[in-house]
Design a protein around this ligand. Structure first.
Ligand SMILES: Cc1cc2nc3c(=O)[nH]c(=O)nc-3n(C[C@H](O)[C@H](O)[C@H](O)COP(=O)(O)OP(=O)(O)OC[C@H]3O[C@@H](n4cnc5c(N)ncnc54)[C@H](O)[C@@H]3O)c2cc1C
Length: 381
């Protein structure tokens, strides 16, 4: 427990990374205040794969039972040829992977994961409608200003404000995003709308320059999700509210296996999102401020590990902060950066190749990592 009763860490962004950090830091005795630009949380039509490595953290945060009750428990992540349906590699999850990696692999609605995390962060710690505009480190305090003209102070700040991070821009300047030239169409919808096939697992259908991943997001398979990746080099909007045209989407997957056609035929509406990443950053931390999650290591979704990395970050950061005083924040933040960068860089760069699980793959290094038990060392001076 920090001995200074009023020591507070401000977290910018209440996404999966920010809420995980809030929960993990509260667990080790820190006061946190989470500032989120949105005025309310909305349930976005998207699924999320929760890797065994992320589940190790969510278990320690006390969320395993709720997630098991709300998410789908797949037997595998199957990889099939777009046209023939031939199985290229079936990555087995279920009980055997749970025993091997020590935690389940779950497929959830993103809104359910977000709500589950939000359920352990008291409303009194949240400030919605607060878009960070400025940040100033003077002495041992960090001063924050918001677009709504509010001001705040904290001992330390975590920038969990996503790929367009304001905290990153203030600390390290703006740098170009890497637009992949690919877009993702995605949506969730009731599986009863699909006729002629039963989506009973997770499948990635691999085409030549495009793919589609389809899976249920509820234990009873009542709701399904799909996410695509396909070339649309001129489209550069990343917005949860940008709608896509289902006809364009269906046309892009003509010739794919009949199961894909049925899922796309039944789809009532879809959102569209430009896929981006960044090269690994040189630095994440500066004094009493650090980045976490997509703000410091945004990646393509091809390994389904972006949120998992943010969740792991939260656990590792909390371990460096356990028992620390405010004057130890800078060291804890530097140590966190040093401890995490090699792994997140490897995942970012592997994800970029879009080859994960396409053929037989050694996946142990990803799913077998436990952020609460991996050995850690404080950075040098
Ligand atoms: C198509 C797609 C599919 C994916 N599938 C998976 C998957 O299956 N599994 C997985 O692990 N990952 C997946 N990911 C990656 C995952 O979505 C991200 O890595 C994850 O959401 C990052 O969380 P974050 O909290 O760091 O950032 P974000 O989720 O972007 O959250 C940032 C938060 O900060 C807020 N914010 C931004 N700026 C400010 C500001 N100035 N002031 C205050 N608040 C601010 C935002 O409103 C937002 O709430 C996928 C990504 C995509 C694009």
């Amino acid at each position: 427990m920090p001995r200074t009763q009023h020591a507070t860490i401000a977290i910018i962004g209440a996404g999966i990374g920010g809420l995980s950090a809030a929960a993990a830091l509260r667990r080790v005795g820190w006061n946190v205040v989470v500032y989120e630009q949105a005025t309310q949380f909305t349930r976005l039509g998207a699924g999320i794969q929760i890797g065994c490595n992320a589940m190790q953290v969510l278990r320690v945060l006390g969320l395993e039972a709720r997630l098991r009750a709300e998410a789908f428990y797949p037997r595998s992540w199957n990889n099939r040829d777009w046209r023939t349906g031939e199985v290229k590699f079936d990555m087995i999850f279920g009980k055997s992977a749970e025993e091997k990696f020590g935690a389940p692999y779950l497929l959830a609605h993103r809104g359910d994961l977000h709500a589950t995390l939000a359920s352990i962060v008291p409303a009194s710690c949240l400030r919605l409608g607060h878009k960070l505009a400025g940040l100033d480190q003077t002495g041992d305090r960090v001063r924050l200003t918001f677009a709504n003209a509010d001001k705040a102070e904290a001992d330390g700040v975590i920038g969990a404000d996503g790929v367009h991070s304001t905290v990153k821009s203030i600390l390290f300047g703006d740098s170009e995003l890497n637009f992949t030239g690919k877009v993702a169409y995605r949506t969730t919808y009731p599986s009863r709308l699909i006729s002629g096939c039963n989506v009973d697992g997770c499948t990635k259908w691999w085409g030549e320059d495009r793919h589609i991943v389809i899976y249920p997001v509820k234990p009873d398979r009542s709701e399904i999700y799909f996410v695509t990746s396909q070339p649309e080099p001129d489209f550069r909007v990343e917005s949860w509210s940008c709608e896509g045209d289902v006809k364009t989407l269906r046309a892009a997957f003509e010739g794919f296996h009949s199961e894909v056609q049925r899922v796309l035929e039944a789809c009532p509406a879809v959102h569209k999102w430009a896929l981006v990443d960044r090269d690994p950053l040189d630095r994440w931390a500066d004094g009493n401020v650090t980045l976490l999650g997509d703000s410091c290591h945004p990646m393509t979704p091809y390994m389904a590990q972006g949120a998992a990395m943010a969740i792991e970050d939260a656990a590792v950061l909390s371990r460096f902060l356990e028992g620390a005083e405010p004057d130890g924040l800078a060291l804890a933040f530097r140590s966190f950066e040093a401890a995490r960068k090699e792994r997140t860089t490897r995942v970012q760069l592997t994800s970029r190749t879009n080859t994960w699980l396409k053929d037989r793959t050694d996946a142990d290094w990803v799913y077998g990592y436990n952020a609460y038990t991996v050995p850690l060392a404080f950075a040098g001076p």
